[in-house]
Structure formats: C-alpha cells, structure tokens
Ligand binder design. Structure first.
Ligand code: ASP
Length: 429
C-alpha cells in the first residue's frame, strides 16, 4: 500500500501522520464553519467519527492489560533494594502532586465551560450517582477480574493487572527453574501482545486524520468559530499545569535537596527538548542517562535503574494532561465532575500513568479509560469532545512527554543525593 507510486492513497500514506492529523483538524474546523448547522453533513460524517472512536475503544482494554503487566513485571524484586523502593515511592508522590495540580488548574481555568456540546447531541451518559469514598476504594478490588475486563471496568482491571504484574515479577525471580521458565514465557507473551497491540494502534492512527476531520467538523458546524476558544483554553491549561509542576514540585524538591533549581533547569534541557520533539520517554532514555552521568554527576548504578523504570511507570506530564482533559470533556458535555468523580480521577490517572507506555500518543488511550471510570461513556458528545482533544494531541503530547522525562531525571538526582552518591563537582561544573 505504502509503496504504490502516485495516487491519492499513496500520497495520504506517505505524508507525515502528525501533519495529516493536524490538516484533518484544520479542514474539519474550516468546513464545519462553512457548513454551519448543516444537519445532513453532520449525519453523513457522524459514523466516520464514531468509527474512529470505536477502533480506539476496541484496543483500550488490551493495551492497558498488556502495558501494565509488562511495566510492573519488568521490575525485578531482587534488584529493587533501597534505591528501588525510594524511587518508586518518589515517582508515586510526584505523580500524586501532578494529578492534584492537573485538577487544580482544570477547576480554576475551567476549560470547556461554555461550549456545551451536549445541548443537542444525545447519548451523553451522566455520571453515576456520587458513591462514598469507602465504596470507591472497595470497588477497586475486582470480585471477578475477567468480569471486569469483559465490562471494561477500568480501576478493577488496573488493580488486577498490578497484582498480576508484581506476582509475575516474583515468579521470574524464582529459584525454582520451572516456575522461572514458565514466568519468563508468560512475560514474553505479554511483551509480544503489547507489541501486537501497538501495531494495531499504529493502523488505527492511520485513520485518525479522517476520524478527527469528522469529529471536528461536527463541533464547528454546531458551534461555529467559538469552538476555537475551548481548544486554546485546554492547551493553555495543560501547559500551565506542566509549568506549575516544574515550579511547585521539581524546583521545591531541588531546594529540599539543597541543590540549585536553576542549575537543574539548565542541565535538564537536552532530555527535555529530546522528549518534546520525539514525544517518547522511551526514545529519550539514552539522552537522560547521558545528561545524568556527564552533567549532573549521578552514578550509573542509580540511573541504570531509575531511568528505565521511570520511562515505564512515571508519567507526571501525562497525569496532568489526564486531569485537565477529563475536566474539559466533562465540562463540554455539560456533566462537570463533582468531588467524588475527581477523587476517582486522582486514582485512575495515577494508576493509568503507570500503565502508559513511553511512546507517542499513549496517554490519549489512557484518557478513554479515565473518562469511563467517571461514568462518561465514550459515545455521542463525549466521543466528539474526545475527538477535539485528539486533534491537538501532538501539541499536548510534546509538553507532557517533556515533563514525564524531567520527572524521571529529578527522581534520579534525588535518590543519588539521598544515597550520598551525587558527585557535586560534576553537578556544579
Ligand atoms: N508520549 C508520552 C511519553 O512517551 C506518553 C503519553 O502519550 O502520554 O512519555
């Protein structure tokens, strides 16, 4: 298909995917405004948008299951030790701060308020009645993991996969050769499944420009040019959240460690910029390691563990994005998140960030899951609002990936410093 010379299809597949999605967004907006309130075009295009969302939902649960199991089981318990425990606790705390910041920014800047897609779109599932905190926490434990997978109940799925992944990690470390071999095969199976799922994600994304065009057309046809405001607002909100994470969390951590935040911000630039352009924490690993070794004075024995683990389970930027976008979508469909729904977002987003693969666009799939966890079924207006976010995903992904990587680097510095292994001569050079 790719190799064909000439023809519109070949041109389509040869053009850069991000560019195509962006063109889909722009054309959707332009044509939507030209054909304002055109019911017949909206009816024709709705199934094209729906198709895209259904394809994404099709892979949502398998992707979560595979990436979470692979992520948690790749940490070997025998290598965990003090450094391992320190870094995992550190990552969890910074992710918790990240989601609090994301929700704070979302509540203050209120992205999406005033757009109200749901006013003439049917199919918005209102949030479930507010359950108590005890119920939210208890409901995380599945009574039947397979039932949860079949129903797409996100939090219980995550919970089971984390248990499964940790148990698998222990079995891979077992002294009993049979158990170890069987567990290694199982690990390879999930790793293979994960690659297969991301292959499918790649195919689905080939359709993204058309899906985004259809979804954005509907938004602009119904709302005209005023739909630009909320898109700009959600982008600004995500970036404000990312900035707050740097200033209020990373810089404060530097001060606690008696290290200059300015030195940190200056030295962290190479991995930050690499993550910004590649949109992949995984691809940035070598640059983060080089920076930690050559310009920050962190020993290999520490970053050799903290960076790969961080690129797998620590996604502060993605967590902020999930919080802001969940609020945006809930506002746009006229079902703002109440306190208990936001509490659920805190849990789901932190856990989802653990299960987010360090590859471009992975966070957008996790957003589906966060939405489902607060009762916003991804159909009708929710699907359209989700399409709006997808249209600008590249812009959001650049910022959030940068912050994911900066979070891993500061974690490595903090652990090195607490272990008295930070070479301050190199740090100050
Ligand atoms: N692209 C991000 C990363 O690699 C993951 C995401 O899409 O949120 O860290």
């Amino acid at each position: 298909m790719n190799g064909q010379k000439g023809g519109i299809l070949s041109l389509y597949f040869r053009t850069n995917l991000l560019l195509r999605i962006f063109v889909g967004l722009i054309l959707g907006a332009i044509f939507g405004m030209i054909f304002e309130n055109s019911q017949s075009f909206i009816e024709i295009l709705t199934p094209f948008g729906e198709l895209f969302v259904r394809l994404l939902k099709m892979i949502m649960v398998p992707v979560i299951v595979c990436t979470l199991i692979v992520g948690t089981s790749s940490i070997s318990p025998s290598h965990l030790g003090r450094v391992g425990i320190k870094i995992i606790v550190f990552y969890l705390f910074t992710s918790l701060f990240a989601i609090i910041i994301g929700l704070f920014v979302g509540n203050v800047l209120e992205p999406g308020v005033g757009l109200e897609l749901a006013k003439d779109v049917t199919g918005v599932a209102k949030q479930a009645e507010a359950p108590s905190l005890v119920k939210i926490l208890l409901d995380i434990i599945p009574t039947n993991p397979f039932g949860s997978i079949a129903k797409g109940d996100v939090l219980p799925i995550i919970c089971f996969c984390i248990f499964f992944g940790i148990a698998l990690a222990f079995c891979r470390d077992s002294k009993d050769e049979n158990v170890k071999n069987a567990a290694d095969v199982m690990f390879l199976f999930f790793e293979g499944m994960s690659s297969v799922m991301f292959k499918i994600v790649g195919w689905v994304m080939q359709y993204a420009p058309i899906g985004v065009f259809a979804l954005i057309f509907i938004v602009f046809s119904k709302n005209g040019a005023q739909a630009f405001g909320p898109l700009a607002n959600v982008t600004i909100s995500v970036y404000v959240g990312l900035l707050l994470q740097v200033v209020c969390v990373y810089c404060v951590i530097c001060l606690f460690l008696k290290l200059s935040p300015f030195v940190f911000l200056k030295k962290v630039r190479p991995p930050m910029v690499t993550a910004f352009v590649t949109r992949s924490s995984g691809a940035t690993i070598p640059v983060s390691m080089q920076t930690l070794e050559k310009s920050m004075g962190v020993p290999r024995s520490i970053f050799g563990f903290t960076i790969p683990v961080g690129a797998t389970i620590n996604m502060d930027g993605t967590t902020i994005y999930l919080g802001v976008c969940a609020i945006f979508i809930a506002n746009v469909v006229g079902a703002p998140l109440d306190f208990s729904a936001q509490l659920t977002v805190v849990l789901t987003a932190v856990l989802a960030s653990i299960g987010t693969a360090g590859v471009p666009g992975a966070g957008a799939i996790m957003l589906l899951m966060v939405l489902e966890s607060v009762g916003l079924k991804v159909e009708g207006a929710v699907a359209i609002a989700y399409g709006m976010i997808l249209g600008i995903d590249a812009i959001l992904d650049m910022g959030r990936t940068s912050m994911n990587v900066v979070g891993d680097v500061i974690g490595s510095v903090a652990v090195a410093k607490s272990e008295k292994e930070l070479n301050e001569k190199v740090w100050n050079s």
